[in-house]
Design a protein around this ligand. Structure first.
Ligand SMILES: O=c1ccn([C@@H]2O[C@H](COP(=O)(O)O)[C@@H](O)[C@H]2O)c(=O)[nH]1
Length: 224
């Protein structure tokens, strides 16, 4: 079985990101590079991390008019990402054009509702209903638009998996039992998410902020 853990490299210095990825390398299946990393290090940073030979997940959360998102998708072909994110709330045309513009081997997944938000946060954005309802709606839209899957929390992945059997489900907001949630609000353990149908487990601070990142990654891998 391939290791579903993607380590989120959310550190300001490239050399620290490389060192972290090297330490955890034996216990992870891929690397997730997000906004912080891409804004600081751009394509050069992605190439450097890519040299470790692990699949790269570019968590860019693209959200713009269809033409702009499609152009951005084309621009990143050269980086050969295994996975790229777009915001599912960007609408059907944006999602369709994003998928059409992506490289053949890149999975395009729609971010439904950030794991740092709960029902109350959702209500404050003017959206009625629960996080669960909202994620289910955006999962259906993503599926209809031809995306490969979605990003959701471990609270919803079981229900989404039931509706979309061959979908690809990326789950962040993961915390080993007893570890601090920080800014994450919809949290489950890595094991729970995997058992409920997650394809990819995104884990950042429980590994990157650990005293011994390799030992932390190994311990999480051991629970799966
Ligand atoms: O809904 C979302 C979408 C993306 N993320 C990203 O995942 C990691 C999680 O990091 P932790 O340190 O394990 O909390 C981070 O890069 C986020 O940008 C998310 O958390 N939730």
């Amino acid at each position: 079985m391939t290791n579903p853990i993607y380590l989120a490299i959310d550190v300001p210095h490239l050399r620290d990101g490389l060192a972290l990825a090297e330490k955890a390398r034996a216990h992870i299946g891929g690397i997730k590079l997000g906004l912080e990393f891409f804004c600081a290090h751009g394509a050069h940073g992605v190439h450097m991390i890519g040299q470790l030979g692990l699949p790269i997940f570019l968590d860019l959360k693209l959200y713009d008019i269809p033409n702009t998102v499609a152009a951005a998708m084309q621009a990143i072909h050269v980086l050969e990402p295994a996975i790229v994110t777009v915001h599912a709330s960007g609408g059907r045309a944006m999602l369709e054009d994003a998928k059409a513009a992506a490289a053949e081997h890149t999975k395009v997944v729609g971010v439904t509702m950030l794991t740092s938000m709960d029902d109350r946060d959702l209500e404050r954005t003017g959206i009625k209903g629960t996080a669960h309802d909202h994620v289910m709606r955006l999962a259906e839209l993503s599926k209809d638009a031809g995306l490969d899957g979605i990003v959701c929390s471990g609270h919803e992945v079981k229900a989404v998996h039931k509706q979309w059997r061959d979908g690809f489900f990326v789950v962040p907001g993961l915390r080993p039992a007893g570890s601090a949630a920080g800014d994450q609000k919809r949290v489950v353990t890595p094991r729970q998410a995997r058992d409920d149908g997650a394809s990819v487990l995104v884990i950042g601070r429980p590994i990157s902020r650990a005293e011994d990142p390799a030992a932390a990654a190994r311990a999480i891998e051991g629970t799966l």
